[in-house]
Structures are given as C-alpha cells and as structure tokens.
Design a protein around this ligand. Structure first.
Ligand SMILES: [Zn+2]
Length: 502
C-alpha cells in the first residue's frame, strides 16, 4: 500500500507536454508509480484539478530563511517547494571576521541539518566575496586579492553553491570590470556551475549590459542566467525585444543562456540604488548617509540623476523605511508635498533618517515587455523576493508570482499555454540548477507536487496589501507530505538546504 495516492488529477508533468488524467502514488517521499486505479493509505481526490511538480523559484532572496526564518511561509503558500537564493551578488557568506573569513562552507555546515518549510539552494554572491576581500574599494583587485577571491569562490563551489551571482548595480559588485567577472566565471565553469547577473544596467544601457554578460558567457562557456530581465523607464520600453534576440543568437551559437522574470511591472530595490548614481556609491551606506549632509553634493546628485532619468520621482513609493513606518505604502512625491520639500530632498532625508535602510517600489516597466520576456522559451518564473517581510507595502511578488503566472498570464491573457508555463516553473529551473530528481512528475522523482484548480488559481497580493494569499491552490506537497492546504502552511518542515550536485 502506497503512503499517498493523488487520484484522478490532470497531470502536467513539467516537461512541457500536455496533461493527462491518472493517479500518482507516493511512498518514502518519492513518486513510485503513475497509473490508473492506485490505492494508498491516504488519498487526495484531485478530480477536476491540475497536478504539477512543485514550483522552483529560480531567483529568490530567501537567504534569511536559512538562519532567521526557516518556515518560508511566503514560498510554500504559493506552491514554491525549492528556492534558488544568493542572487544579485549577495549571499550570507563569505564575510571577513577579524583576520580570517567565515566562508560559504561554514554557512552550509551551520544550516545543512536545519529543517525548513521549503528547500533552498544558494549562489555565492560576487559582491559579498569582493566586500570580504576588498571592502567597498572602487578599484581593480591586486593579484593577491584576486587570488583570495578565487579561493573563496572555490570554497563555495566545493561546498554546494549553485554558482556565482553578480550584482552589477550594487556596491561593491559594480566596481568589478568585465575581466574580473570573466576570471571568476571561468572557475564557476570548472565546477559546472551557473553564473547569474543583475546586469550593470536595466535601463538606458540595457543592451550594452546584456552584451557584457554575454561576453563573459562566451569567454567562459558557463551556463548563464540574466536575472529578472526587464527594461526600466519609458524611454527604454521595448528594448527587451532586442536583448532577447541577443540571447537567441548566443543560444544558436551553442551557449546555455537563460533568464528569469517576475510577472509584475513594478520593481523593488533600495532607495539608494534608485536615486544615488553609481559613481557616488563608492562608499558604504554610512558613507552615503554622511555624503548627504553636504547641500552642494545633494544638488550635484540631483543634477546627475535628472540628466539621465528626468526629475520626476513620482514612480517611487516607499515599501519599507526603518525609522519611518508611517511612510510605508506612500508615494515619495506625496510625502514631499506634505513636508513642503523638494522630492529629492525627501528621498535624501529618508535615506539619512533611516540610516540607508529603505526599500522602494518602482513603477517603471510595461506590460508588453513583461509578456515578451515571459514568452521567451528560455525564461523561468521567479519571485526575486525574500521571506518574512510581512509588511503590507512589500512587493506582492513575494506572495503572488507563481499563482499570477498561471492565473493572469496563462488563463486570462493566454501569453503561453499552461503546460509551457509549468515547464518555466519546474523542469527548466531544475535542469539549469542541476536538481536531478526535481521538476518533473515521473517515477523516481521527489514527491514535490502542486495541486490546483486551473480555472481558479490567481494571486491576491497587490501593491496595497502584499501579504494576501493566493486562491485556487488546493495542496502543496513536499517530500510526499502536505505542507500547504488551500494555500495555508500546515507547519510541517519537510525542506532544507540543498547542495548543488557535482
Ligand atoms: Zn537583482
């Protein structure tokens, strides 16, 4: 007798093939039989429902789950059974501790036996490595520093990192030139790892930024993922059509290039990286807070910003402000008006008063571009989100990305067929990230499974309340047991840290 049988569901197995009605038997946390008329100790009647592999969040910032928040409720309640964290150049380690380093391997040893609500794997962040070795210095590494960075990268790759992520708009990752990225990517390739990049520009120099990352890919042959691919600000809308052609060309030349995308037209990032130009960010956060005391410097920054982006900040709303919770959910121009200030001064004041700990929503993308990226055959769905940010003004992608992909972009807008969308949520990220027993509903595979109503599934989280659960997701099963029912976490911790297999 099997542990669990899911009966009469329409099985969409993750490969991209269309669905078929059958039963799935699970024992010992694995799928052991797919056939009709199976019987088990427990039965889930999935008549009229769709049964798919558990979703894989191809670009996640759930790093804090490993140490602070192992439940990962925001993941599991939208069907995500595995997250790929450590993205955008930022991982928990390595960090400098006195004269030594706390390494990626140290973190793996700390977290590898902690039970978690969902599975997590992690990149090592290039920005994190660079900061550990060189602080926030805006210069090329010395030979000795380069050797140290390589050592820390090898340590991470040998202890199960997925690969190396770049965050080329964030300090200090943005100070690396292409040759530094290439030298490190070469090591990643030795370990059959992945390189991912928050590109150097997602706006006015988007094409140049894609070209740089594709150059690194071609020079090293490493499998590559363009992170949260998009074009920001109206003047750049439509550029993704060009960049996706660049990706297609690289693929036709034999390179393994992918991208990930969250299905929304607003981004979420720090206020600093939004209003302070990169060349002024050659400082840590305290340095920037200090810099903004200088009235002349405020003027210069405003001019530098306006010459590129214009002087309208009305696309920015505050999602989290450490010392100003009353600003959360509010547009920066509204706050400025209320305070009788120039919006730039409001932004600078908030950065100072919150000691740089301010995150914002930026309404800067267009729907056509989001659809064009989702449609691309190498695009995977992601949240680009952390966990345990429970405030209502956080980005709704934290709660809604996957149900939204299925409800809005499959059912309502018909951007891609359901089976193709499921592939983008399951087997594609599984193959990119080397998850050999996940991403497909096949005998022998892990029993990580979503069961939902394809006519009903939809996100409910929005920009006014990002904490709302989705609808239409009946079951999330991880390791053969139900970890969410009707999108509510059951409290079972069946997940944990996954090392990338060699
Ligand atoms: Zn990013």
């Amino acid at each position: 007798m099997y542990d669990l049988v899911i009966k009469n569901g329409t099985i969409i197995d993750g490969s991209g093939d269309d669905g078929y009605v059958s039963d799935i038997a699970i024992s010992g946390g694995r799928i052991v039989c797919i056939s009709k008329s199976l019987d088990g100790k427990k039965i889930i009647d999935a008549s009229g429902l769709t049964v798919t592999p558990g979703f894989i969040d191809s670009h996640s910032h759930a790093d804090n789950a490993m140490t602070d928040y192992p439940d990962m409720i925001e993941k599991i309640e939208q069907g995500i059974t595995t997250s790929v964290a450590g993205q955008c150049g930022i991982s928990q380690t390595p960090i400098r501790v006195g004269d030594a380093y706390k390494t990626f391997a140290d973190t793996v040893n700390e977290v590898k036996d902690i039970p978690m609500g969902a599975n997590i794997m992690s990149f090592v962040g290039h920005g994190t490595i660079r900061q550990a070795v060189m602080g926030f210095d805006n210069r090329k590494p010395t030979d000795g520093e380069m050797a140290q960075m390589e050592l820390l990268l090898r340590n991470a790759m040998e202890s199960g990192a997925v690969g190396l992520s770049f965050g080329l708009i964030y300090s200090p990752g943005c100070y690396a030139d292409t040759s530094e990225l290439t030298a490190l990517a070469r090591i990643v390739k030795e370990y059959n790892g992945v390189i991912s990049a928050h590109l150097r520009s997602e706006a006015f120099e988007l094409e140049e930024a894609v070209e740089e990352f594709l150059d690194v890919t071609k020079a090293t042959g490493a499998r590559a993922v363009l992170s949260h691919h998009k074009a920001m600000y109206k003047a750049n809308w439509g550029k993704v059509k060009n960049t996706l052609k660049m990706v297609d060309k690289a693929i036709s030349e034999g390179y393994e290039v992918y991208c990930d995308v969250y299905p929304y037209t607003a981004s979420h990032t720090t206020l600093i990286s939004t209003v302070i130009p990169p060349k002024r960010r050659a400082l840590d956060n305290d340095g920037i807070v200090e810099l903004l005391n200088d009235k002349e410097m405020r003027k210069i920054i405003k001019e530098e910003y306006s010459s590129v982006y214009g002087d309208d900040l009305s696309y920015i709303s505050i999602s989290q402000a450490a010392n100003h919770p009353e600003y959360e959910g509010r547009n920066i121009c509204e706050i400025a008006k209320e305070n009788g200030e120039d919006p730039f001064d409001t932004a600078f004041n908030i950065i100072q008063e919150c000691r740089a700990d301010v995150h914002v929503l930026k309404f800067v993308m267009c729907e056509d571009d989001v659809e064009a990226v989702i449609k691309h055959p190498r695009a995977m769905i992601c949240t680009d989100s952390s966990v345990a940010k429970g405030n209502a003004a956080y980005h709704p992608r934290q709660r809604g990305s996957f149900p939204r992909a299925l409800g809005r972009y499959v059912r309502k807008k018909g951007v891609v067929p359901l089976a193709e969308m499921i592939r983008k949520c399951t087997s594609m990220p599984a193959s990119v990230y080397g998850l050999k027993s996940k991403g497909l509903l096949k005998e022998g595979y892990d029993a990580d499974i979503c069961i939902f109503n394809a006519e009903r599934i939809i996100d409910r989280a929005d920009y006014s309340d990002s904490t709302k659960r989705c609808e239409g997701l009946d079951y999330v099963i991880l390791g053969g047991e139900a970890v969410a029912k009707n999108a509510v976490y059951t409290g079972l911790k069946k997940g944990g840290f996954i090392k990338k297999e060699a």
